[in-house]
Design a protein around this ligand. Structure first.
Ligand code: ZN
Length: 442
């Protein structure tokens, strides 16, 4: 976290937003699900930017209270009218087929017979809903209500060229090593087909964050990125990493809905006041944002925060889980995601990392009366900076609260109590330590 690294960021971010948006667009057409080649192709593309350790877990493997399901793949599907015209066409949008639909050979049905298999959104007639049936074998189609309204009675041919067979569940990890093996876990789901904000935006921000972390000169923590299908994927990771989860994960967050034009939302971990909860809320303070209490629903924080694990893992989004009209519809397309919002989410994540990395405890070595800062060049060194006053106040706060008595007082405690930014407090502590007035407590 050098000043040099900080000064490079704005330049990176300008390009970062566009690059992240480009990745969203590239991944968008792939038909992902909780298993199958769509996930593999997604991870292969992510792997072009950051090296991934990919795991394949066979169908039937028991993972905690769950079992890895059959693997699903799909090549084509349609509903054709009497003229042979595709009125519902998988190749137009992969949302048209209910996820995990069993294969259906070409079959002629009346519209009346077909209706029970058709899903629409009457209140959003121009959007295709996203539906799945992972754990009950069935099939179906999703379409715009306005398309359904225009279908005349009569016979239709339906076909789904899918397979549901023994195979594997695929997930991947990317690790950025640090000085210690204490870990920060960052988790994204990779199981949604053509949905941009709810899925791809989180992946795009995570990829960029991983690259930025890799370029830092020094890292205190090891950062582990998990790209796994929602629910069953994080459960699989937890089942195979019980020991790591219990002993190594110090902080973490689930990253999702990372690119819509809403303001940031943070959902606290089950613990409620874990360091990650305090770090994120501190970073978001002073700007428009929402902080939500923990609930056992939502994204994969549900699994990481299940009581047996109770990991300090929150959830960072922009609009909340299921909290926007385009959620789980064809309206959640790449245009719903903006490069600026992606860049803003990335900046937020970087600020959170800076707090986690820099949150140390110190003791004041000159606690009797204020030490004379001017004599040590600590005022002069800050001359001409617009934030001089904040830095001076930060030095006074750090000296005062790092009393060596309350040994648990961290720089984040000082930032919260003083109302100053963490960056100012951390910079003040660094300057005071350099001047020999402060010593880190390890
Ligand atoms: Zn979703």
């Amino acid at each position: 976290m050098t000043t040099q690294a900080a000064s490079r960021e704005p330049h990176q971010l300008v390009h970062g937003g566009l690059a992240m948006h480009e990745l969203v667009r590239r991944l968008y057409p792939l038909c992902r699900s909780i298993t199958g080649d769509g996930v593999r192709r997604t991870l292969a593309i992510v792997g072009e930017s950051i090296p991934l350790d990919v795991s394949e877990v066979p169908t039937g493997t028991e993972v905690l209270d769950w079992t890895i399901p059959k693997e699903w793949n799909i090549r084509d599907a349609y509903v054709k009218d009497a003229d042979g015209r595709r009125v519902i066409d998988f190749t137009e949008s992969n949302l048209h087929v209910v996820g995990y639909s069993v294969p259906v050979p070409p079959t002629t049905m009346s519209l009346g017979e077909l209706r029970g298999r058709l899903h629409t959104l009457p209140d959003q007639p121009d959007l295709i809903p996203y539906r799945t049936s992972y754990y009950k074998e069935t099939w179906g189609f999703c379409l715009r209500q306005e398309t359904l309204a225009g279908l005349p009675d009569g016979d239709y041919e339906v076909m789904i060229d899918s397979t549901l067979e023994d195979g594997h569940l695929t997930y991947a990890e990317h690790v950025v090593p640090g000085r210690t093996d204490e870990e920060v876990l960052i988790s994204c789901h990779v199981c949604h087909p053509s949905l941009a904000n709810d899925n791809l935006a989180g992946i795009a921000v995570a990829v960029r964050l991983a690259r930025w972390l890799g370029e830092l000169e020094d890292r205190r923590y090891t950062y582990r990125f998990v790209f796994a299908p929602g629910t069953i994927g994080s459960i699989t990771w937890l089942a195979r990493n019980r020991e790591r989860a219990a002993s190594k994960v110090r902080h973490g967050f689930v990253l999702a809905c990372a690119g819509d034009r809403g303001t940031p939302t943070y959902k606290r971990s089950r613990r409620g006041d874990a360091e990650i909860d305090r770090a994120v809320t501190h970073v978001l303070n002073g700007r428009e944002h929402t902080v939500l209490p923990f609930t056992p629903y939502g994204y994969d924080e549900r699994q990481y925060c299940s009581p047996g694990f109770d990991l300090p893992v929150g959830c960072l989004t922009r609009s909340t889980y299921a909290g926007y009209p385009e959620y789980h519809t064809s309206g959640d397309d790449p245009d719903f995601v903006s490069p600026d919002a992606l860049a803003d989410t990335l900046t937020t994540c970087q600020s959170v990392v800076r707090v986690l990395e820099g949150n140390r405890r110190y003791v004041n070595l000159s606690p009797y009366g204020e030490p004379q800062l001017g004599r040590r060049g600590l005022y002069g060194s800050l001359g001409g900076r617009s934030d001089t006053q904040a830095l001076q106040m930060a030095m006074l706060w750090v000296l005062n609260l790092s009393d060596g008595v309350s040994k648990d007082t961290t720089l984040l405690d000082i930032a919260e109590r003083s109302g100053l930014s963490f960056d100012a407090v951390a910079e003040a502590a660094w300057a005071l330590a350099e001047a020999g007035l402060l010593k880190e407590i390890r």
